[in-house]
Design a protein around this ligand. Structure first.
Ligand SMILES: Nc1nc2c(ncn2[C@@H]2O[C@H](COP(=O)(O)OP(=O)(O)OP(=O)(O)O)[C@@H](O)[C@H]2O)c(=O)[nH]1
Ligand SMILES: [Mg+2]
Length: 243
C-alpha cells in the first residue's frame, strides 16, 4: 500500500489487478480503510454516464486535457460493456488522440463489465478510491447509461454527469428510469448538430440541474464544464471517505 500512496505506477497497477480479480481482497481493502482514522481526500470522483456513442470517451479525454492544463493529476476508469463496439473508439484511442497517454499525470484503466452487475461496481468503486489514495485530483469514471452499474456509480461519485446528444429525445425512456434524477449536470454533446437547443429546452423544463452544451470532438464548452466541476466539488472539502 505504501507504493500506492506514493503514487508509484507499478504498485498502483498491481493493486488494481488484485482488486479486480479477487473480490475477497476488495472486502479486505474496504475493511482496512474503514477501521483507520480517515483523512479526507483531496481528490474527487466524477461519474460520466450516458447512452452508447453519446461521446463520453471523447468528453473525458477533452476534460482530462483541460484538467492537465490546470496541473491536476487525472485517473480515468472506463467500464466497457461486453457487447462489441459499434463505431466510436475505445477510450484509450481517444486519450491517445489527445496526446494524454504519454503524460505521466494521467492514468487510464479499462475494466470489462463482462455482463456482471454488483461486483463490477464494487471493483470500480475500490479502484476509483485507490486512485484517490494515490493522490490523483480527479478520477473520471465512464459507464454506459443502460444498467444497474450506472446507479451504483452515482452512489459513490462526488458528481455525476449525464451525457446526451441532440438526438437523445428518443432516449428519454432511459432517462425516465431515474438516471435523470441522479445527474448533477447534463451535457448535451455533439452540439454541432441540429437540435441541441431544443434538447436543452426539454431538459430545463424537467430538471434543475445545470445544462452544458459541448462539442467534445473540438474541445468546445469543456472549460465551462471544468469550472463547474471544480466549483461544485470544492465545497465538498472535509467530507470523510472510506479511504
Ligand atoms: N459531431 C460530433 N461527434 C462527436 C462529438 N463527440 C464525439 N463524437 C463522435 O461520436 C462517436 C462516439 O464517441 P465516443 O466518445 O466513443 O462515445 P462513447 O459515449 O464513449 O461511446 P461508447 O463508449 O461506445 O458508449 C465518435 O465517432 C466521436 O468521434 C461531438 O462533439 N460532435
Ligand atoms: Mg466510450
Amino acid at each position: 500500500m505504501r507504493g500506492v500512496e506514493k503514487g508509484r505506477i507499478r504498485a498502483l497497477a498491481q493493486a488494481i489487478t488484485l482488486l479486480e480479480n479477487r473480490p475477497s481482497f476488495q472486502q479486505q481493502f474496504f475493511r482496512q480503510f474503514k477501521s483507520k482514522s480517515q483523512k479526507p481526500s483531496r481528490g474527487r470522483l466524477i461519474g460520466v454516464t450516458g447512452s452508447a456513442g453519446s461521446g463520453k470517451s471523447t468528453l473525458i479525454a477533452a476534460l482530462a486535457k483541460v484538467m492537465r492544463s490546470a496541473r491536476k493529476k487525472v485517473a480515468i476508469v472506463a467500464v466497457d460493456p461486453t457487447s462489441p463496439k459499434t463505431g466510436g473508439a475505445f477510450l484509450g484511442d481517444r486519450v491517445r488522440m489527445q496526446n494524454l497517454a504519454e503524460d505521466p499525470g494521467v492514468f487510464i484503466r479499462s475494466m470489462a463489465s463482462r455482463g456482471a452487475k454488483g461486483g463490477v461496481a464494487r471493483a470500480t468503486e475500490a479502484v476509483s478510491k485507490l486512485f484517490l489514495k494515490a493522490g490523483y485530483d480527479y478520477v473520471l469514471i465512464e459507464t454506459v447509461g443502460a444498467g444497474q452499474l450506472d446507479f451504483d456509480v452515482t452512489r459513490f461519485t462526488d458528481l455525476t454527469i449525464l451525457v446526451l446528444t441532440p438526438e437523445s429525445g428518443d432516449d428519454m425512456q432511459f432517462m425516465k428510469a431515474g438516471l435523470r434524477e441522479m445527474a448533477d449536470a447534463f451535457v448535451i454533446n455533439k452540439a454541432d448538430r441540429p437540435g441541441a437547443h431544443r434538447m436543452a429546452d426539454t431538459l430545463v423544463r424537467s430538471s434543475d440541474a445545470p445544462i452544458f452544451k459541448t462539442v467534445a470532438e473540438q474541445s468546445k464548452g469543456i472549460q465551462l464544464l471544468y469550472q463547474f466541476i471544480q466549483k461544485r466539488t470544492s465545497s465538498l472539502r472535509g467530507r470523510l471517505r472510506l479511504i
